[in-house]
Design a protein around this ligand. Structure first.
Ligand code: NAD
Ligand code: TYD
Length: 350
């Protein structure tokens, strides 16, 4: 049995679905169901006894201790986080609460559980911490991509809180010997992505006839990875990663935001054309994000060399699947765009 935190969010839900599609090992899924957590993502597992969903906070030490004692997982995979940079600018407190204090509380509960395990289980146990490339800060146009030894230089409250959590995980390995693994991944996209993030926001706004907001000059570069490739990399690190190590995960796919938005418009023009024009006409330049990192790029050679992982999807294949998924799941989109989502759109875009 494994314990996943944040498994009702975008990447966590994809991970749980992929895991149970490939294995019969049960999953306990601990998720607070914040605005970003959505049980509809896991609807296909509703009657599946291999999936045990628990609504709760990673910072609730008593709850986490009791889940660990009852279910005796062989691994904890920690996805739960506040994850949206723009929200961290408006309200950083929740990011410190969950990403820093929550991770600390989780580590303490896991350390207590792990210390009491029989020796063989103790050796086999893993704590896998899911993190981001944003901890490394920003790159210039000619800088080499981030490696695992790039110095941390987080620039947003989100990335600073994730950096802090990475440091805690590192310390728990070095100080207490907790068998940890950390992954730092680039921007994901794919099914179940909450439409406050760039790619799903553009797809859903385009189809709703709304503005497609591009921050600043739209020349900020991100390295996009299809979410199931991220999930496969995490499974690989869990099974064969070296203890205490960090692994960068990326798609070797750097793109400027404006090129991503144009690509989405062009795919929609082909598969869901609108009357009398192109979706590109809806592109609107809006004020830039404060402290906006210019470029992220991941050097993913360590995970390829040591663990043999490479992405299966290219951006061209992954982005088409993603657009089609949103066209095929309009009810999911409608459910997500609830009152809370509307309040966010009003605050962020006016
Ligand atoms: P998300 O915001 O879609 O989902 C986060 C999930 O965590 C939600 O289900 C939410 O309810 C849950 N959660 C939040 N606070 C919690 C708490 N205190 N206790 C229990 N559950 C809580 O995020 P995501 O995009 O799926 O990201 C998952 C992880 O991957 C995060 O740690 C993030 O930093 C990391 N990551 C994300 C990306 C990306 O492109 N989205 C890239 C690299 C790394
Ligand atoms: P986002 O999906 O928020 O991911 P992150 O900030 O974690 O990289 O944003 C991806 C890029 O798209 C980022 O450079 C900000 C930009 N962006 C826009 O231009 N417009 C938008 O409305 C949003 C949400 C993001």
């Amino acid at each position: 049995m494994i314990l996943v935190t944040g498994g009702a969010g975008f990447i966590g839900a994809n991970f749980v679905l992929d895991w149970l599609a490939q294995s019969d090992e049960p999953v306990i899924n601990l998720d607070k169901l914040t605005y970003a957590g959505n049980l509809n993502n896991l609807a296909s597992l509703r009657d599946d006894p291999r999936h045990i969903f628990v609504k709760g906070d990673i910072a609730d030490s008593a709850l986490v201790a009791s889940l660990l004692a009852t279910h005796q997982p062989r691994a904890v995979l920690h996805f739960a986080a506040e994850s949206h940079v723009d929200r961290s600018i408006h309200g950083p407190a929740a990011f410190i609460e969950t990403n820093v204090n929550g991770t600390f509380a989780l580590l303490e509960a896991v350390r207590a559980y792990w210390s009491g395990l029989p020796e063989a289980d103790k050796t086999a146990f893993r704590f896998l911490h899911v993190s981001t490339d944003e901890v490394y800060g920003t790159l210039g146009p000619d800088d080499a991509p981030f490696t695992e030894t790039t110095a941390y230089a987080p620039n947003s409250p989100y990335s600073a809180s994730k950096a802090a959590s990475d440091h805690l995980v590192r310390a728990y390995h070095h100080t207490y010997g907790l068998p940890t693994l950390t992954t730092n991944c680039s921007n994901n996209y794919g099914p179940y992505h909450f439409p406050e993030k760039l790619i799903p926001l553009i797809i859903t706004n385009a189809r709703a006839g709304k503005a497609l907001p591009v921050y600043g000059d739209g020349q900020q570069v991100r390295d996009w990875l299809y979410v199931s490739d991220h999930c496969a990399a995490i499974r690989r690190v869990l099974s064969a990663g070296r203890l205490g190590e960090t692994y960068n995960i990326g798609g070797w796919n750097e793109m400027a935001n404006l090129d991503v938005v144009n690509t989405l418009c062009d795919i929609l023009d082909q598969i869901d054309p609108k009357a009398g024009g192109s979706y590109r006409e809806q592109i609107t330049y809006v004020a830039d994000r404060p402290g906006h990192d210019r470029r992220y790029a991941i050097d993913a050679r360590k995970i390829e060399r040591e663990l043999g992982w490479t992405p299966a999807e290219t951006f061209e294949t992954g982005i088409r699947k993603t657009v089609q998924w949103y066209l095929d799941h309009q009810e999911w989109v409608r459910d997500v765009q609830s009152g809370d989502y509307l309040k966010w759109v009003e605050k962020q875009y006016g």
